[in-house]
Every structure is written in C-alpha cells, then in structure tokens.
Ligand binder design. Structure first.
Ligand SMILES: Nc1ncnc2c1ncn2[C@@H]1O[C@H](COP(=O)(O)OP(=O)(O)OP(=O)(O)O)[C@@H](O)[C@H]1O
Ligand SMILES: [Mg+2]
Length: 225
C-alpha cells in the first residue's frame, strides 16, 4: 500500500497550567500518495493541531505518525527539521512571508536550507514563480503584492523543494471570493501536475468540492464517513 500519511491512535493533550485540553483523541487516518484531502470541522475541533502533527511541526502526546514511511517520533529535532524541509510544504492563511525579502528571495529560502547553491536556488525559485503566475513580480516585497499574489508566493515557497506533501491551513481564509477561487484552481493543478499529496484544512465549501475525500473532525475525533 502506498500511504504517504499514516496516523495511528494519535492524541494530543495541551497542558496549560491547571487545565488539560484534549485537542485530538485517538485519531486514525491514512492518506494515499497523490490524494487530495479536505479536513473540515468546527473551530477548535483540532484541525490545525492535526495538520501540524502530520507536518512534524508538533508532536503527538501519544500515538504514532508516519510520513513517507518515516516514523516521525523516531526523529530528533534536527532530523525532523530536515524532514520538513525536504518532504513537506506548508501554506498558511496569513501567508507568513518574510517581509524584508522579495518574492524571489522568499521562495529561495527553503531551497537554500536543503543545501542548494544560491544560483541553483534562484533558478528553481524563478521557475516555480512563473508556474504560479507571478511573472514580473520577482523583485516585489510582500507589501507590494496583493493577497492573492502573496499566497502564490507562499505556494511557490512551499513547492520549491518539490515535496511529496503539501499542507495548507485555510489557504483561502484571508482572500476574497474570486481570488480564493483562483488559488483553489492553482492547488488542484499542483495536485494533478506535480502529483503532490494535498491536505487542506478549510471552511471553504469549494475546496471540499474539489477534494477527492473529506475528513470531518469534531471534538478531536474523526467522524466516520
Ligand atoms: N498551543 C496550544 N496550547 C493550548 N491549547 C491549544 C494550543 N493549540 C490549540 N489548543 C487548543 O486545542 C484545541 C484545538 O485547536 P486547533 O487550533 O487545532 O483547532 P482548529 O480546528 O484548527 O480551530 P480553527 O478552525 O479555529 O482554526 C482548541 O481547544 C485550542 O484551544
Ligand atoms: Mg485552525
């Protein structure tokens, strides 16, 4: 079986002072390589927590998570950071670009982190920026770009190392309807052309429609389909 993500009994409990908050309860989830999955659920149901655990940004309190055959629990911080840089692209609601870097420089960052020379990182970044439709915007700073253009830069940055897994947390949450539709279109293209597995947390029904499968989270648990 070619699963890219396997979550096996994943729970997450946040301890803040006296209070324990259970964000995920015994979540089992398998995602095929190349699949396009939308994660839906009410606010506070654990969607971002699950996405961050799949991407190795956070660790479960119990249970196991395998990505591309690797048990993330077996990786120490340094190896986990390396894993993220090579295997996972992240796209967030508020773009999270570096404000003092140009579009091109933002996209070059992950390529340089995995050890590419500046010249090669630049070439790759230019290519992917063209792909996401940002010709003529390479030297713009984030504040000189529209929301949709900033999200395109963020998507280019997420893809620059050609990761098998693209994780998006409400990628259209901060965009108007039309711009959101363009970003959804771009994400679908990426899924088909790059064969990237897409996992998108969203409230956007259009993404739910475009996805191969919907996973519903309620109170930290997956509802049976
Ligand atoms: N770092 C943290 N420390 C303590 N509690 C947290 C932390 N992160 C999340 N939580 C709690 O865990 C639960 C799940 O949060 P999470 O952010 O995963 O929800 P979500 O489904 O993404 O919600 P939203 O749709 O509002 O983004 C919430 O009750 C939240 O308050
Ligand atoms: Mg969230």
């Amino acid at each position: 079986m070619d699963w890219i993500v396997v979550a096996d009994g994943v729970s997450k409990i946040y301890k803040t002072g006296e209070i324990n908050i259970t964000a995920l309860r015994n979540v089992d989830l398998k995602i095929w390589r190349g699949e396009y999955v939308a994660i839906l659920g009410p606010s506070g149901s654990g969607k971002s927590t699950l996405l961050n655990i799949i991407g190795g940004l956070d660790r479960p309190t119990s249970g196991k998570i395998y990505v591309d055959g690797v048990d993330l629990g077996s990786l120490k911080e340094g190896r986990l950071a390396r894993f993220r840089a090579e295997k996972v692209g992240f796209v967030f609601q508020f773009f999270n670009l570096i404000p003092t870097f140009t579009a091109l420089e933002n996209v070059m960052v992950p390529a340089e982190i995995v050890g590419l020379k500046a010249k090669d990182a630049r070439r790759r970044a230019e290519k992917i920026l063209l792909k996401v439709g940002l010709e003529g915007r390479f030297n713009h700073f984030p504040h000189q770009l529209s929301g949709g253009e900033q999200q395109r830069v963020a998507i280019a940055r997420a893809l620059v190392n050609n990761p098998p897994l693209l994780l998006c947390d409400e990628p259209t949450g901060n965009l108007d309807t039309k711009t959101g539709a363009e970003i959804i279109e771009l994400l679908s293209e990426i899924n088909t052309e790059y064969k990237a597995t897409l996992i998108i947390v969203t409230h956007d029904q259009r993404i739910a429609k475009a996805a191969d499968r919907i996973v519903n989270l309620v109170d930290g648990q997956i509802l049976e389909e």
